[in-house]
Every structure is written in structure tokens, then in C-alpha cells.
Design a protein around this ligand. Sequence first.
Ligand SMILES: Nc1ncnc2c1ncn2[C@@H]1O[C@H](COP(=O)(O)OP(=O)(O)OP(=O)(O)O)[C@@H](O)[C@H]1O
Length: 670
Amino acid sequence: MDLEAIPGVGAKTAERLAELDDPERALREGDVAAIARAPGISEGRAARIARGAIRRDHDDPGGFLGTDRASELYREALSLLQARTVTDYAARRLETIYPSATESRIEEVRAFATAAMDRDPDPAVRDALAGVEPLDAPGDVRIRDRCLATGDAETYARAQEAIPEVSVELVDDARKLSELARGYATVIALDEDFTGVEVDGDVRVEPSALENPAEVVPERVLTFFARNRDSLRAAATVAQQADIEVDCDLDALADALDQLDDDGQVRGDEELDRLTTAVDDLDAAVSTAESVANDRLREAIEERDVTIEGADLLTLVERGAGVDSLLGRELADEYADAVAAARDHLVDALQLRDTERIARQTFPDEPTFPVERDESVVSRLREELTAARDRRATRRKRELAGELSDARPAAEELVDAALDLDVELAIARFARDFDCTMPTLSADPGFEIEGGRSPLLDVPFEAVEPVDYGVDGVTLLSGVNSGGKTSTLDLVALMVLLAHMGLPVPAAEARVERLAELHYHAKTQGTLDAGAFESTLREFGGLVTGVGDEDDETAASARKLVLVDELESITEPGASAKIMAGILEALDERGATAVFVSHLAREIRAAADFDVQVDGIQAVGLEDGELRVNRSPVKGELARSTPELIVEKLAEDGDEQSKAFYRRLLAKFE
Ligand SMILES: Nc1ncnc2c1ncn2[C@@H]1O[C@H](COP(=O)(O)OP(=O)(O)OP(=O)(O)O)[C@@H](O)[C@H]1O
């Protein structure tokens, strides 16, 4: 795969991505977490790269988000979804879902989201997901008791590549091989030529070793499973709870994981435990055995009256014999009993089997007092036990690694399935929390929303009133102060963004025109200075000339939705009404769909040379000094302003004289 072909990936980034284990997979699957593991690639950048790879696959020119406000709303929509994930992975993965103009991309996500909406966001699955993390392939395993040996430069390079955990040594003769055998517990010679070479030590000739790395370094697969044990167990629980189909024998996996401890050592093997404990407890057991013998002997001596003939005593003294000879002569049986007890203790305490014969030699047959261990026997015993322990550990490691290495792809799939489920469940929760439906995307111009409820409002979602609104063509949206004009634009933009992301929308029903770009201009804070005003006008100039190209071939790609909030605030009211009228005329000529929120609808309509559609968010009355508003814009109705409503209310109350005054005022509004 040519990484530089991905939009936004240059030579340097391509080099960094190439350092990943499997960059193609990560990019193909939009695995943002894996991409972010490349050196110097942040998560934000990884998400952009993943989106770039998707765009390339779908021939998507990008650029749907035409303005800052459009981008801001996209991020807000994404945050609503991300807040419903459990794993970081799923949150990052969601960032690969972006608004696109390309049908194949939208359809891809729609299919995924439609299936996701059928998922049951079960709290038990959610809890289990908390423990699932992407699998970590440990790259830091170093094995120092084994080495590979070859006389061939090419095999040397292949060996370094295939089994980086052990060192690879170049050897050209038996002498070199035997030197290696002195430094390493095991040497694996890779060349057939070494067959039959007589060398001391554990030297094996295994020309096919590179094809079976798990046999050379069972630690590789064991460390992988040990490090990822928690995540694998959690993923297995997710699969069971959510009843998802995985090609993995979950019971066998659980059994195998139970046999591993945190650092990849085999546990739960009785024989290995016995040998390990014997090595660890050897010194202590020998000391106790010594005490057993001495205590017995001391007791026996204390209890005995030793009678010795004077002549015998003389002979012994003349021969220079010590008290030991006396012991041998007088207390031979007691000594034998004491030593037998010590030997039994040692054998029993350490549960010795194969090494019992050696262990029994730890205490000498010749009587001495106090009884003392033979250090050279203890050392031999230690060596034998250590070697037996290591042999057992290696054998069990190989066996377990053999079982597990076949299970690795299934285990990886299991975790992937759990993590992907988290993405699906986030979409399912989003759809449930905000009463969503799948929108219709069509070539018909404009949009039509029924019962749309924005989750981005500053009121709890339950309190959001549903909005019906449809626009086809160029429209002015008027309305009372704080009636919900900006909120309506936000709602339309959100529907358009979610629909083009391939996701469900918070509405009872929605149809959206398939667009190439969304241009949403937020309200400007205050009048602009001359420079800023000029650049804003230029921006609109560029926008207007780029909309709805009449050329058939480019018409679809030029479809833009233009949403503008109170552009009048950029300059003085008279001028801005004229400017807005001009922009609307140009957009109308190009067959664009646009919604302009404005308090100057009347003035703009008067200045425009075509019949501008004006919709209104109406107040339905005043209640305790508060406006009651119909949040759904009424088509073709210029909304009455708040002052007009108040004057109207005053014109109906009070005495005749004041009523007459307010009626006069009211007439001015018509
Ligand atoms: N559909 C709705 N359901 C419930 N509350 C809403 C809805 N739409 C708007 N509101 C409430 O009305 C407030 C004002 O809305 P918004 O800012 O959109 O009005 P506006 O007409 O743009 O105001 P302005 O005249 O100041 O520009 C919102 O902050 C929100 O609390």
C-alpha cells in the first residue's frame, strides 16, 4: 500500500506509519488507536489519517464542512456519540465517521449504524466492556538463556527478523559452537551442516526453527497472553453477555489463561510447583533436618550413662580418637536413627522423588556430633532440582505456547469484536437517548424535518419541544427574540451532518438533500470594522459563485446548503438589508437551498428583486410576562416581533383612551 497516496500523509508521516506492525490493517480498519501508536503521531492526527484512508478508498474529495460553525457542530455531534462509548478505542474509532458527500461511504456507515440500532445496550455488557483494551503485542521480550547459531549471513538476517527475542550468533566451526554452548543454556544451530557435531552442552540442530518461532521462544506467545489476560477475559465476558458470535473457544481460552501468571510463567502445574518450592526451600529444609538429627541425638546422649573400661579409654586417648569414635562405639544405633529421621524430614519436607537418593547422602553415615550437612551433596541436590525445575518449566511453556499460538488469531478477533461492539452500542444508545430515526437522503432539493429535537440545547432533552420544518430554495427565517431561530439552524445543520455521516437523526422523520458541502455562518458578535467586513463579503462572494453550478456534470458536487444567522449584525441595518437581499438573489438564481435568520426580513424582502420566502417562529401569546412560542417555523409567515406583541396586548387592555393610543402604535407595525 502506498501510504503517501492517503490525503494528508507526506513522506515523513508515511515513514512513521511504516513502523507499525501492520499499517495496512490499521488503516483499512480505521483503527485510530493502532495508528496513534506510530512514533510522533497524536490521536487527533491518527483520526485525520484514518479519515484520509477512508476518503481515498471511496474517492471522496472531502471538504463537507465548509465553515468553522459546521466543523464545531460536527465535533459536538461526535461528542454526543463518544460520551456513549465505554472504551477509548471506540471513542477514537468514532472519529473515523465524518460527514461525506460520497454515496458509497454514507451507505457503508448507514448499514453499520442500522444494524447497530438493533443492539441492546445491556448494562452488564457495558460493565464488561470497561475491561477491554486493544491487545498489546509485547515488543520487549528478551530471552537470554538461548541463542540461535548459523554460519550463513542470509540465515543470520532471516533469524534476526523472525525471532528478535534471542541473540543470533555467526559461527563457522564446532569450536565456536562449543564456546556458545558454554555461555548459553541452549544453543539452536540453524544449519544442517552442524548435524553430528559433538559439542558439550544443550546444542540442538534445528534447520526449521525459524518456521516455528513459538517453539524457540514460547515466551513470545505466553507474554502476549499474560499481558493481555485481563482484556481477553473481559472480551470473553462481553461476547457471552452480548451473545455475539465469535470464532473462539471461550472455555479453552479461559482454561489456558488460568495457567499463566502475570509475567508469562506457567502456573497451576503441580510438578513444577513442587520443584520450584524444593529449590526455594532447600536451605531451610536442610537446616531443619540438621536440627531434627541433633535434637534426637542430644536427647539420646543425655539419657544414656556411658560406661567405659579404663583400658579402652586409654587406647582411645592414645590413638588420639575424639568423642566421635565413642559415639560410634556406644551410640551407633541412636546415631543411625537420628540421621534417618533427618533424611526422612528432608525428603518429606521437599517432597523429593527423583533426587531422593542424593538427598539422603546429605548427612554422613559416619557418626559425628553435632550432625552436619555435606555441603557438596547439598550443591549437587540444588543443581539437580534446579535443572529439573527448568526442564519442567520449559516443557510446560512449550506445551501451553503450542495450545495458545493457534488461539492467537481467534483471541485477536474476540477483542476486536468486543471493541467494535462498543462502537455499535454507542450508536444504539445515541439513537435511544435521542429518539432517532434513519433519515432519507435524496436528490430532491432542501430538507424536511418532522419532530426534530436538538440534543444540543441548553435545556434537558425531555424539555426540548419538537420542531417541524422544511425548506426548499432560498428562505428568510424571522421570529421573536429568543424564539429559537438559532436553535432551528443548529437543528437543521445537525440533521444534515448526521445524515451525511450515515447516522440516525433525532427526529420522528427526516429527509435531507444529498449535499457536497454545508456552509453554516454563525452570528457575528457586533458590527465588524471595515477590514473584517470586507473579508466577510469576500467569503460570501466566493460562496455564492461556487454554489449550484449549472453544468450538469458538476451540479451534484456543487450542492451546498447555506445557513446564515443574523448577518445583519455585521454592519448598519440599512446597508446589511441590501447586502443580504443581493446575496439571496444570487443564491436563488443558482437554485441553492439557504436559510437566513434575520430580524430584517421585511426590509430584505423589500430590497430583493424576487419574491423571497419568509418563514416565522411565532409567539402564540404572552403568559405572565413570558412569551409562549411555537417552535416550528410557520411557512410564509413573517413573525411578529416581541414589541409588536406587547403593543397588541396593551391595545386590548385598559381604558378607551389608552387603547386608542396603542391601536395607533400597532398600526405602525403593519
Ligand atoms: N425546540 C425548543 N425546545 C425547547 N426550548 C427551546 C427550543 N428552541 C429554543 N429553545 C430555548 O430558547 C432559547 C433561545 O433560543 P435561540 O437562541 O435559538 O433563539 P433565537 O430566536 O435565535 O434568539 P435571538 O432572537 O436572540 O437570536 C434557547 O436557549 C432554549 O432554551
